[in-house]
Design a protein around this ligand. Structure first.
Ligand SMILES: *[C@@H]1O[C@H](CO)[C@@H](O)[C@H](O)[C@H]1NC(C)=O
Ligand SMILES: *[C@@H]1O[C@H](CO)[C@@H](O)[C@H](O)[C@H]1NC(C)=O
Length: 210
């Protein structure tokens, strides 16, 4: 799937377990490992991540579905359908290039002629229209945190786009959109961004796969 490149079948799972300031309402985090198990530090019990995928790496860099339902409603639906975790995608450029991350939701929708989505967002999530897309990413993570949902931040691509084929230029080493230094900068920025988010009650992992 993401970041796939035929030459790089080797799976790379990089979990950067960040030392977040954890608020008192979180119960199963922080997490750590014991042999092959993921466990809760506080209880010592095993934690199973049951994640739903939520896409935010496509061209507009806006979490999909916010034109259909309010953000807090979606978070609560995730919980009520039995999930405790979201694998939330992000493109590297959103955190490394100001002309990507600093564009507002409204500007981004306009850029891609997404007028139906714009009217849906105006109705369901009006407060996000003037947010920068990188700030929206953070707002979604915060809302998930408020609902005690754990988040695996998934660095899905470099250039915001649908993926993944061996020839889309958006995978790993040697691909036109992949600059290893910029990639590392993106990972560091995301780590810092989410470490400083006080409302986040979850253990945030940065996840990369080949
Ligand atoms: C969680 O437990 C691990 C393993 O015992 C430990 O290394 C780590 O410091 C703990 N983290 C926190 C935030 O307590
Ligand atoms: C948006 O619409 C304008 C005017 O019809 C067009 O020139 C432009 O190519 C469209 N952009 C996209 C991303 O489809």
């Amino acid at each position: 799937m993401a970041r796939s490149r035929s030459n790089y079948k080797l799976s790379i799972f990089i979990f950067l377990f960040l030392s977040l300031q954890l608020t008192t309402f979180c119960n199963s985090v922080p997490l750590s490992t014991s042999s092959r198990w993921i466990i809760s530090n506080s209880s010592g019990k095993r934690v199973k991540l049951t994640c739903v995928n939520w896409v935010s790496h496509l061209q507009p860099m806006i979490a999909e579905g916010l034109e259909k339902q309010p953000l807090d409603y979606i978070a609560k639906q995730i919980v009520s359908t039995g999930f405790n975790c979201v694998r939330f995608t992000w493109p590297t450029y959103m955190f490394t290039r100001p002309n990507y991350g600093s564009i507002t939701v409204s500007q981004s929708l306009h850029k891609f002629n997404l007028s139906a989505a714009k009217s849906g967002i105006s109705k369901n999530n009006p407060r996000i229209l003037n947010m920068k897309v990188a700030d929206l990413h953070k707002a979604v993570v915060e809302e998930l945190g408020k609902n005690n949902i754990m988040v695996v931040l998934d660095n899905h691509v470099s250039l915001p786009n649908w993926c993944c084929s061996g020839g889309d230029g958006n995978g790993f080493f040697g691909d036109v959109n992949f600059d290893p230094k910029e990639w590392l900068r993106g990972l560091a920025t995301v780590a810092k961004t989410y470490k400083g988010t006080p409302a986040v009650s979850v253990r945030v992992c940065v996840y990369v796969h080949a």
